[in-house]
Ligand binder design. Structure first.
Ligand code: G6P
Ligand code: ZN
Length: 539
């Protein structure tokens, strides 16, 4: 019954920060998706009779690739595929499903916050048995396999009806179509005090951005927590996300921002991205940066039932602000600084060294799954608001008055010519040794290096993870190239200034960072290299 299909290798299937992401038109080339899926199966052991979870964010090509992947899985000896109804599983729900089903791993089909549709982006990511993204040794082996693959395996079988719950057989494998929301919602009910949230009588607006969190948010926020119908906006997952970027930031979730800044704003506003792992948090008249959100959640997590025993440690990616470090210090728990990419948190979580993790790129999560989790962050915030009985703004001010404030912004230069972006980084790396002691834009450089991470759990080392320049007094600028784009290069410049408790805690972020912006341009020659005088996006 197993059929071998001859194929030719593609040279561009190297997974990036979060799986293989390409234009839909690239994935539509003959054998392209099939090669990648088969390569995953060629490099992992233990497939015989094992369970595989498959689901995606519902973007264009989702259903088609799922049907192919099911047949390839059957031909490769899997015993069972668990797939979300409609082909849907948010990334955190997929992570949970892998864990509770004891699956060997899962295929998560998404390009996260990138736009979707026939001319936009698609992606495939492999997650391992702990529910987290495959670590670098696996993705590297996978990439090597894609370079030489010359066949893939399949079975002849009809498409599975993805819209009907229940079990069917494909080859000798069982395919189980499951409710994508139920198990995830049950997990959230265990972690958070739904009664307290219901009793608090809060109002909120949640923008699902026409992406996968719609069904999850409608079930949890409106049905189980009793928020008014209409609390969830854009709650229907669309193949092209309604033509928008499903990226929960101040640019792409502008309408939500305006709602929250209006006189009649609800108590709480939030949004999530294409695959449901990112979050945006806005209180009435108060935007909370992702770095601050991590710190505030960590400081208050013990107020939620799932975290009442306290935190074992906190982890953040290097470009994320040091706000969480101060919380860790006060709590007397370790803080870990990892490279960008959720996969680096997996080992720390598995080893019980960290409980809460977060990134500046709007990702926050905990050891409940092995992915970041947008709705989890929303629910933890709601639980904290309900228990403290204070507004987001009051909690933020109290936090800064206690720990000081890390003013923070990220400047993105998008669609930069790759050669020019590489030249900028190469020149910058070459200049590092001469930087300490120099004064630029009135700021004295204390240290300058290229971040390398030594994983404390397995001793592995990841180098060249971003250039960081530290100024006297704790201000900082970090430069790195995005690892998630699908065309050209995106230069990210992360700017941070620490203002201690008792200092200027209520100033405008732009004004507080102006000298660091000037120093960043002088140090890296951003305008000289890119020809740009302004970033495309400020978050
Ligand atoms: C994905 C990963 C995140 C990471 C982000 C960075 O969303 O899941 O863990 O922080 O990419 O993307 P970048 O474009 O900065 O490489
Ligand atoms: Zn995402």
């Amino acid at each position: 019954m197993i059929r071998t299909v001859a194929s030719q290798a593609y040279s561009d299937q190297k997974p990036g920060t979060s799986g293989l992401r390409k234009k839909v038109t690239v994935f539509q080339q003959p054998n392209y998706a099939e090669n990648f899926v088969q390569s995953v199966f060629d490099v992992i052991d233990g497939k015989d009779g094992a369970t595989l979870v498959i689901g995606g964010d519902g973007r264009f090509l989702n259903r088609e690739v799922i049907q192919k992947a099911i047949r390839i899985a059957a031909a490769n000896g899997f015993g069972r595929v668990v797939v979300g109804r409609g082909g849907l599983l948010s990334t955190p729900a997929a992570s949970n499903m892998i864990r509770i089903r004891g699956a060997l791993g899962g295929l998560v089909l998404s390009a996260s916050h990138n736009p979707g549709g026939p001319t936009e982006d698609f992606g495939i990511k492999y997650n391992i048995a702990n529910g987290g993204p495959a670590p670098e040794p696996v993705t590297e082996a996978l990439y090597q396999r894609t370079r030489t693959i010359d066949r893939w395996l399949t079975v002849d079988a009809d498409d599975v009806d993805l819209d009907t719950l229940g079990e069917v057989t494909v080859g000798e494998m069982t395919v189980e179509v499951v409710d994508p929301v139920a198990d995830y919602a049950a997990l959230m009910e265990r972690l958070f005090d739904f009664d307290a949230i219901r009793a608090a009588g809060l109002t909120m607006a949640f923008d699902a951005m026409s992406a996968v969190t719609g069904p999850y948010a409608t079930e949890i926020l409106e049905r189980r927590l009793g928020f008014a119908p209409g609390t969830v906006r854009n709650g229907e997952p669309l193949e092209d996300f309604g033509g928008h970027h499903p990226d929960p930031n101040l640019v792409h979730a502008r309408a939500l921002y305006e709602t929250m800044m209006a006189a009649d704003a609800p108590d709480f506003g939030a949004a999530s991205d294409g695959d449901g792992d990112r979050n945006l948090i806005i209180g009435r008249a108060r935007f909370v940066t992702p770095s601050d959100s991590l710190a505030m959640l960590a400081a208050n997590a013990h107020l939620a039932p799932g975290y009442k025993a306290g935190l074992k440690g906190i982890a953040r990616s290097m470009p994320t602000s040091a706000a969480a470090d101060r919380v860790a210090e006060t709590l007397g728990v370790p803080i870990f600084e990892t490279p960008t990419g959720w996969k680096f948190f997996g080992n720390l979580l598995d080893a019980g060294m960290a409980t809460i993790c977060g990134e500046e790129s709007a990702g926050t999560g905990s050891d409940h799954v092995r992915e970041k989790d947008g709705l989890w962050a929303v629910l933890l915030w709601l639980n904290i608001l309900a228990v403290r009985g204070e507004s987001v703004d009051a909690i933020a001010r109290d936090h800064w008055a206690t720990y000081g404030r890390n003013y923070y912004a990220r400047h993105d230069y998008e669609g930069v010519d790759s050669a020019r972006a590489d030249a900028l980084m190469t020149e910058l790396r070459g200049s590092l040794a001469g930087l300490p002691g120099r004064t630029v834009a009135g700021l004295r450089i204390a240290t300058a290096d290229d971040f390398a991470y030594n994983d404390p759990t397995d001793g592995s080392v990841s180098r060249n993870q971003g250039v960081r320049i530290l100024f006297d007094g704790g201000s900082r600028v970090v430069f790195r190239l995005s690892g998630t784009g699908t065309s050209g290069a995106t230069l990210r410049v992360y700017l941070e200034r620490y203002e201690p408790a008792g200092g200027d805690l209520d100033r405008e972020t732009g004004a507080m960072l102006a000298d660091i912006v000037a120093a960043a341009d002088e140090i890296a020659g951003i305008t000289r290299h890119t020809g740009r005088s302004e970033p495309d996006v400020i978050t």
